[in-house]
Design a protein around this ligand. Sequence first.
Ligand code: PMP
Length: 404
Amino acid sequence: MPLDIDTLRLDFPILAQSVNDYPLVYLDNAATTQKPQAVLDALNHYYQQQNANVHRAAHALSGQATQAFEAARAKVAAFINAPDTRQVIWTRGTTEAINLVAYSFGMHSLKAGDEILLSTLEHHANIVPWQQVAATTGAIIKVIPLTADAELDMSAAATLFSPRTKLLAISHISNALGVINPIKQLIAMAKAVGAVTLVDGAQAVGHFPIDVQTLDCDFYVFSGHKMFGPTGIGVLYGKRELLEAMPPWQTGGEMIKHVSFTHTSFGELPFKFEAGTPNIAGAIGLGAAIDYLSGLNRNAITAHEHNLMQQLLAGLSAMPDVRIIGRPKAGAVSFVIDDVHPQDLATLLDMQGVAVRTGHHCAMPLMQALGLEQGTTRASVAFYNTSDDIAALLAGIDKAREFF
Ligand code: PMP
């Protein structure tokens, strides 16, 4: 059954507003997605009815908060098909999840001369923590280059894997170009040389179902706010034996078994990695977002988003001075217009109520590789976008082209 987008949009109160006297056209979903009423209600319910710290107290509210918090963890585990809820670690987001792996696994397991394989398409969050690891351990960063179509060069990748490769850290979907990387193939290549694999799923989770067991990656990380959940909550999924072997990263309350002034023993998974009071409301809100998404026809969502992307790509292709960067497949489309600075275009679009993003999209090395030092304009879709949204964007771009 096709999606009834007009009805679904009613679940997202923010979408009904006007911006600069135009109906809001929100096409900055790769930066963050809007939240359905069910998520806002879950946050309110927690603070109005259940607010208490988790795991510690014997009183009723703490019991309820703990139950809701742990139920949300179980929802995440089911959502990504993790074999065990203990393999779901709460973090502040993708960035913190990658830092956790870098500082716990990377700093302790990598040695001088070991190689960390990244790709040219990575977000800074999946570059900078590894540079820190390399600077401390003497590990070496290698980078999978791009083809002329701005996709990963898989034959070059094949030559970069060797027994020295200890870690592959790769995005599932590029936030800057909307390219879907062949991660199953890359994970298999990494396994063939015994390397550990981390997939940055920040841009994937909101668009299609994820199955970490089918992917067979060692780590999968994502942010709640890019899948209709709150900001400040994210997830690190990891293989059990790796998580068990890794030392804690942050330490303090919540993550311990016993503390004395001479010795501390650490808690079991997942608590070993969750120092301090967690983002309880955020976790519950993310659980509500998962309930909401699970109630939708996800195949229909994928098909609808695909149609929006096709409409956008066709419209942009018809403009001779517009250049689409790469071959976008999911979520985002990046483009440049001859003689128009992306920032000027975005300002003109904003005057017409259309929200897009411009700049380097936290992927400066990618922009350098593409020779796009001014960055691009990026429009990114979610399932609540409509064909009218895309038409408004295209009309806005047309107006801007006349103006400049
Ligand atoms: N990786 C990718 C591919 C992203 O798109 C983002 C967010 N733009 C991040 C990592 C970082 O996510 P967060 O800021 O939520 O930690």
